[in-house]
Design a protein. Structure first.
Ligand SMILES: Cc1cc2nc3c(=O)[nH]c(=O)nc-3n(C[C@H](O)[C@H](O)[C@H](O)COP(=O)(O)OP(=O)(O)OC[C@H]3O[C@@H](n4cnc5c(N)ncnc54)[C@H](O)[C@@H]3O)c2cc1C
Length: 227
């Protein structure tokens, strides 16, 4: 079967740095159906109505192991504090760029808007911008600049990369390969598309949905992730 890689890279944070690409995948919905029906020795090449019904049955009754035979590899470029949330998802494989091997580039995430802290939720921001957005932006940028300058100073003094990186802020960009099966990815999407997830994580999750939709459209619909 020829692989469909229609839309393989999506920018996520409005800064032409943060992005996610679908590097590779294995299988589509026919593989789920073939795995589920292996005991009957039958296989399909194309999804038909009865196959969609079987998929609905599997998901509704939580017989989700056949979904594990479909997997994806993404290349993610995101701020370190977003990667920290991402890496909490234990079912999946990660390989991340090393700040011991490479000098960190001056690439930091600067939010397009600074939002107010929510009074209702201890973890979320509101949709309201702070009252002094320019001061907030100045302060944020100043901190990034100072950190990066001190990082460069430490390297010039001969301090090792593995120690000098200690002064860099969590807004710095990192990059990692992430391979994950469809079952675990659906769990990720349910948690990270939710309004309680950090807005940036929601952005990456929406991009993932766009990237995998051509391969698993019925699964996303059955899971109410797309309509
Ligand atoms: C909005 C939001 C806020 C969060 N806030 C915090 C926070 O304040 N502090 C914090 O520490 N974390 C926080 N998290 C992270 C959260 O606790 C999970 O670690 C993260 O979402 C990964 O979810 P998961 O365990 O389902 O995924 P995965 O680790 O990918 O696991 C997938 C599934 O595999 C099974 N599984 C995996 N490992 C085990 C295991 N050891 N034992 C049994 N079953 C297992 C579970 O069924 C699990 O759902 C937050 C997450 C979200 C979405």
């Amino acid at each position: 079967m020829e692989k469909q890689m229609q839309q393989s890279e999506i920018y996520c944070l409005g800064d032409s740095i943060g992005r996610i690409s679908l590097i590779d995948y294995m299988g589509d919905e026919t593989k789920i159906i073939n795995a589920a029906r292996v005991s009957m020795g039958k296989s399909i090449l194309k999804m038909e109505d009865k196959d969609i019904k079987l998929l609905e049955y599997l998901i509704k009754h939580k017989h989700e192991t056949p979904l594990e035979h479909v997997s994806f590899t993404f290349l993610v470029k995101c701020p370190l504090y977003i990667a920290r949330q991402w890496l909490r998802h234990r079912i999946g494989s990660f390989n991340e760029i090393s700040a011991r091997y490479t000098e960190i580039k001056e690439e930091f995430y600067i939010p397009l808007e600074f939002k107010q802290q929510s009074d209702v939720s201890k973890q979320c921001s509101t949709d309201l911008e702070v009252e002094t957005p320019n001061l907030a932006l100045d302060s944020y940028k100043k901190a990034l600049k100072q950190s990066y300058e001190q990082y460069q100073n430490l390297l010039l003094m001969g301090v090792s990369r593995e120690q000098a990186r200690g002064v860099l802020p969590t807004a710095m960009y990192t990059e990692f390969y992430w391979s994950i099966n469809l079952r675990a990815l659906l769990n990720f999407l349910e948690l990270r598309l939710d309004k309680h997830a950090q807005r940036e994580m929601q952005e990456y999750s929406k991009a993932i949905v766009k990237l995998i939709q051509p391969l698993v459209p019925n699964t996303l619909r059955i899971k109410d992730i797309i309509s």
